[in-house]
Write a protein that binds this ligand. Structure first.
Ligand SMILES: *[C@@H]1O[C@H](CO)[C@@H](O)[C@H](O)[C@H]1NC(C)=O
Ligand SMILES: *[C@@H]1O[C@H](CO)[C@@H](O)[C@H](O)[C@H]1NC(C)=O
Ligand SMILES: *[C@@H]1O[C@H](CO)[C@@H](O)[C@H](O)[C@H]1NC(C)=O
Ligand SMILES: *[C@@H]1O[C@H](CO)[C@@H](O)[C@H](O)[C@H]1NC(C)=O
Length: 331
C-alpha cells in the first residue's frame, strides 16, 4: 500500500433526484473556503481576540476537588462563560487535574461573541456503561448550537470505552466528542482516546477547522471511528494522528467541501466516504479532497461505501495513486 495518496473525488449518490454531474475542477477552485485561516481574514479575527473578556474556570465552581462527578460544576461554568459577557470569553479546564464527567451537553446560543474552551486537564468518562444505557444517551461531551467556538488546550479526553468494546453492538453510534450545529468551529491540539465508539463527530456544522488531534484506541476495538463528518460543509481536517479500530476519517451523507490533509492513519480501516443513499433517501457527498495521507496498517486505503447502489448514482473522479480494489470494496 502506497504511503502517499492523493485523491480528488466528486461524488454524488442520489436516489430520486435526477442525475447531476459536477464539473471536474482543480482543488483551488473546489476548495476556496477550506484553507487554513489567514491573519488577514476578517472572518477569523475572532480567533485572535485576546485576552478574553471573561475567564471562567471550572475549578471556581467546585470541579476537581472531590474526585467525584464534576458535571454540574462544568455546566455552571459553561453557563457563565456562555452568557456573562458580550465579548470573547474562556471556559477553562485547568492543567494537571483529572475531572470525571457524565454525558453532558454544552449548548448555545451564547451572548459571548466567541468562546474558547481551553481544555488543559484530563476529562474522564465513567467506565460503567450503564450510565449511558440507563438514560439512553449516545454522546459523552456535546457542543451544540454555538457560533465561533474554539476548543483547544492540549488536554486529554478519555472515553474509557472498554466495557463498550466487549459488549459491542452496532445499534446506535455513540461518540466521545460531538459537535452539532456549530458554525465557525475550530478544534485543535487535543488528545482523545479510548472512546466508547466514535471519537470525534461533526454534524450539521459549517466552516470547521480540525487540526492536531491525537486519537487512539486499540486496533481491535469495534466501531471506534476517528473523525466522523456528516451533514457538514466546509470542513478541513489536517495534521491529525489517528490510530483506532474502525475508520480513520469517515465522511457521510450531506457533507460537502471536505478537505483531509496530512493525516496519519493506522491501525484502523482507512478513510471512507459513505454510506451513501441509505434507505433510498436523498444522499449527497461532494467535493472531498484527501491529500498527503499516510495510511499504515489499515485494512483499506480510501474507499467509497454505499448501500443500495441500485437507487443511487455514483460519480467519482480520482487523481493519484489509488488502488481501485480498495476504493470499491464495499458495495
Ligand atoms: C444564554 O442566553 C440565551 C439567550 O437568553 C439562551 O437561549 C441560552 O440558553 C443561554 N445559554 C446558557 C448556556 O445558559
Ligand atoms: C454500574 O452501575 C450500575 C447502576 O447504574 C450498578 O448497578 C453496577 O453495579 C455498576 N457496575 C460497576 C462495575 O460498577
Ligand atoms: C437509538 O436511537 C433512537 C433514536 O434516538 C432511540 O429511539 C433508540 O431507543 C436508541 N436505541 C438504543 C438501543 O439506544
Ligand atoms: C428506513 O425506512 C424505514 C421505513 O420508512 C424506517 O422504518 C427506518 O427507520 C429507516 N431507517 C433508517 C436508517 O433511516
Amino acid at each position: 500500500m502506497g504511503l502517499e495518496r492523493l485523491l480528488l473525488a466528486s461524488i454524488i449518490a442520489m436516489s430520486i433526484f435526477p442525475c447531476m454531474l459536477l464539473p471536474s475542477a482543480n482543488s483551488e477552485e473546489v476548495f476556496p473556503e477550506a484553507e487554513a485561516p489567514t491573519a488577514e481574514s476578517s472572518d477569523e479575527l475572532w480567533l485572535r481576540s485576546w485576552p478574553p473578556a471573561r475567564v471562567v474556570s471550572v475549578d471556581d465552581y467546585g470541579a476537581g476537588a472531590t474526585g467525584c462527578d464534576d458535571t454540574e460544576a462544568f455546566l455552571a461554568a459553561w453557563r457563565e462563560a456562555c452568557n456573562s459577557s458580550d465579548y470573547h470569553s474562556m471556559f477553562l479546564v485547568p492543567e494537571g487535574k483529572t475531572y470525571l464527567l457524565m454525558p453532558v451537553s454544552f449548548r448555545g446560543p451564547c451572548r459571548a461573541t466567541s468562546i474558547t474552551a481551553m481544555i488543559k486537564g484530563t476529562l474522564e468518562a465513567p467506565s460503567n456503561r450503564s450510565v449511558w444505557l440507563d438514560h439512553n444517551l449516545q454522546e459523552w461531551i456535546t457542543f451544540e448550537g454555538i457560533d465561533r467556538l474554539h476548543v483547544l488546550g492540549g488536554g486529554t479526553l478519555n472515553g474509557n470505552g472498554q466495557q463498550w468494546w466487549i459488549n459491542s453492538c452496532k445499534l446506535n453510534k455513540s461518540m466521545a466528542l460531538y459537535f452539532r450545529r456549530c458554525t465557525h468551529l475550530v478544534v485543535e491540539d487535543l488528545e482523545v482516546r479510548d472512546s466508547m465508539q466514535m471519537h470525534v463527530a461533526i454534524a450539521y456544522s459549517w466552516n470547521v477547522l480540525v487540526s492536531k488531534l491525537f486519537i487512539t484506541a486499540p486496533g481491535w476495538s469495534p466501531n471506534t471511528d476517528g473523525i466522523h463528518v456528516s451533514n457538514s460543509k466546509e470542513v478541513s481536517v489536517s495534521e491529525c494522528s489517528i490510530s483506532t479500530g474502525d475508520d480513520c476519517v469517515s465522511i457521510v451523507t450531506g457533507s460537502m467541501f471536505v478537505r483531509v490533509t496530512g493525516v496519519f492513519c493506522g491501525p484502523g480501516h482507512g478513510i471512507s466516504i459513505g454510506s451513501l443513499g441509505a434507505n433510498k433517501s436523498w444522499a449527497h457527498v461532494s467535493d472531498v479532497l484527501v491529500e498527503k495521507a499516510t495510511l499504515l496498517g489499515t485494512t483499506n486505503g480510501v474507499r467509497i461505501k454505499t448501500w443500495q447502489v441500485m437507487h443511487g448514482l455514483l460519480v467519482a473522479e480520482w487523481h493519484g495513486n489509488l488502488d481501485s480494489s480498495s476504493l470499491f470494496s464495499e458495495f
